[in-house]
Design a protein around this ligand. Sequence first.
Ligand code: PEP
Length: 280
Amino acid sequence: MKPVNDGGAPEATGAAPRAGSRRPLIAGNWKMNAGGQDACPLAAAVAKATRELTRAEVVVAPPFTAIAAVAHELAEAKSEVGIAAQNMSAEVSGAFTGEISSGMLKDAGATWVILGHSERRQLFAETDESVARKVASAIAAELRPIVCVGETLEQREAGDTLAVVERQVRAFLDELAKQPGFGVIAYEPVWAIGTGKVARAEDAQEVHAFIRGLLAKASEDLAGVTRILYGGSVKADNAEGLLAQDDIDGALVGGASLDAAGFAKIVDAAHRLAERAEQG
Ligand code: PEP
């Protein structure tokens, strides 16, 4: 993780321009959990446990049904914790039974949306094209996208990791470039999601630097301000090593985000690293 506001000018070409203002972001993806009575207590516990950890930005992503209640709970607590949806339609309104639009999410209190999660790509047939349409639609609605990319185990073993990630990122790169810094990318190797098998920090860093290099080809500004999160079995005991990498600007956390105390430890690691970086 690079220091926040380090004032560094981007390098002329290639990967890893120095960060301008990449405040670490820790986002908790609750998946299809805590969508009822348990949502508000979990959100309140996250707000309480992370209140002082202000160098990191915190977002929770409850199921659709709990977004409005969680928004109310966090507003009552005067919490800075943001709310993400876990998916949305690319359409704005109309005859799309069962779908949820960006406007509905904003009305409910979301300011972020996770798009292209591998579970949606694998289980719900989302494609690079449909993800790109959703990214465009979210940005048009001023909903901040967290766009997920990542290779399967088969693709990694075939040596295709960077090619897969490049294809996925290129699909929505032009949309992110329209508003540098507004959207976030999450690199989530599919084999690490929900498996307890976390990527080695240096392997994750290699992919993050590669993604930043792709962004730099579009614009140095985009590369300098875009936060790239790592996701895949991040827990309190492995977060620091990942977050300490130059191009890892935060984490997208699944299972471990359902325990407020454990999730707060991940936020704490990001907060302390940012504090240390500020102090040089
Ligand atoms: C996720 O769902 O985005 C995720 C990273 O899950 P987990 O942390 O459980 O691997």
